[in-house]
Design a protein around this ligand. Structure first.
Ligand SMILES: [Zn+2]
Length: 308
C-alpha cells in the first residue's frame, strides 16, 4: 500500500514535469511566432519575405517538393513583382514616378536574368542579387531594392566632367546622324568616344541589332557646349531636364544620345515604353558595356563613354 502510493506520487511528479516542459516550449513557440508577426507588420518589405520563407519551409518539409524548381519557390515573389512593376511609387527628378516596368531590360541586365520580369526565374535571380547586396533576399523588386538599383546605375555613370580640348574633338559625318542636316558645330564628339561608338555600331550591325540604312543607333546629339545648352534653355524653357541641365554630361563630348525609337529624346512614359521595347535598345543594354558605354537609366537614348 505504501509503495503504490509512492508510485502514484512519483508518476504525478513525472507527469507534472513533462507538462511543465511542454507547456513552456509551446509558450516559447507562441511568443516567437507573435514577434515575427509584429516585425512583419512593422516592415512593409519583410511581409512578402516571410511569405517566401513559409514556402521554403514547406518545400523542405515535404520530400515530394524537394525537386521543385526555383520558379515554384518564387511564385509568390513573381506575383508581387507583376503588381509592383506598375504600382511601385517612387520619385525622381522632382517628379512622382510609378512602377519599374520601363526599366525591366536594365534590371534584367543588372541581375543577369533573361526571363520576363514576372517570372519565378527572374525573382530567383533577383534574390541572388539582393543577397550579394546585403538586402533581404526575397526576390521582390520593392522600394528598397529599387533604390539600390538606381543608386548602382547612377554611381556607374561618367565621373570625369572635364571638357575636351580642341584636339580631342572630331566631327561625326552627317550620314551617322539621326538628322542628316545637323550643322557641323553640333556634330562634335570626343575622339575616343567616337572610336568606341564606331566599334559598337559595327558589332550591332554584325549581330543584326541594326540594319544598314536604319535610323536606329544613329547619333541624335553628342557634344553640347555650355553656350549651346544655354541657348536651348532660352529657346524652350520647358524642354525638360536634359534641356535645362546646367551641368550636362554632354559638355564632356563623351555622352551620346542615340536613336532607339519613338520620339528621339522624350521622357514621356508612353515614349519610353516604345523605346525600351526596340531591338536596338535591348541590344545596347546587353552589349554597350563591352565598348565602354554606360546607360543613364532614365533616358533610354543617353549613353556615356567611361572607357573599358
Ligand atoms: Zn543625352
Amino acid at each position: 500500500m505504501k509503495s503504490s502510493k509512492g508510485l502514484v506520487i512519483g508518476v504525478a511528479i513525472v507527469l507534472a514535469t513533462v507538462a511543465a516542459i511542454f507547456g513552456f516550449q509551446w509558450k516559447a513557440v507562441g511568443q516567437s511566432a507573435r514577434i515575427q508577426t509584429a516585425q512583419a507588420a512593422n516592415n512593409e518589405s519583410s511581409a512578402p519575405a516571410s511569405a517566401v520563407g513559409v514556402e521554403r519551409l514547406s518545400a523542405a518539409a515535404k520530400p515530394a517538393v524537394e525537386t521543385a524548381s526555383a520558379t515554384g519557390l518564387f511564385a509568390s515573389a513573381a506575383s508581387r513583382n507583376a503588381d509592383l512593376q506598375d504600382s511601385l511609387t517612387w520619385a525622381f527628378g522632382g517628379k512622382s514616378q510609378r512602377g519599374w516596368r520601363l526599366y525591366a531590360p536594365l534590371v534584367g541586365g543588372l541581375i543577369g536574368a533573361d526571363s520576363a520580369q514576372t517570372s519565378g526565374d527572374f525573382a530567383a535571380q533577383l534574390s541572388r542579387w539582393q543577397q550579394q547586396h546585403g538586402a533581404s533576399a526575397n526576390g521582390i523588386l520593392d522600394s528598397g531594392t529599387w533604390s539600390q538599383m538606381v543608386s548602382d546605375w547612377q554611381a556607374n555613370r561618367l565621373k570625369d566632367h572635364s571638357r575636351p580640348t580642341a584636339d580631342e574633338v572630331v566631327t561625326i559625318p552627317t550620314t551617322e546622324c539621326y538628322d542628316p542636316s545637323r550643322p557641323e558645330a553640333l556634330r562634335q564628339v570626343e575622339r575616343r568616344t567616337y572610336a568606341a561608338y564606331k566599334q559598337m555600331i559595327a558589332a550591332a550591325t554584325a549581330e543584326g541589332a541594326v540594319a544598314d540604312g536604319d535610323a536606329y543607333l544613329k547619333v541624335v546629339s553628342a557634344l553640347r557646349t555650355p553656350e549651346y545648352q544655354a541657348q536651348l534653355r532660352a529657346q524652350s524653357p520647358n524642354s525638360g531636364r536634359a534641356g535645362l541641365a546646367v551641368n550636362s554630361p554632354h559638355f564632356t563630348g563623351r555622352a551620346l544620345d542615340l536613336y532607339v525609337g519613338g520620339e528621339p529624346v522624350s521622357t514621356k512614359d508612353e515614349n519610353r515604353a516604345i523605346q525600351t521595347q526596340t531591338k536596338a535598345y535591348r541590344w545596347l543594354v546587353k552589349n554597350a558595356g563591352r565598348f565602354g558605354f554606360r546607360p543613364y537609366f532614365y533616358e533610354p537614348w543617353h549613353w556615356e563613354y567611361v572607357g573599358k
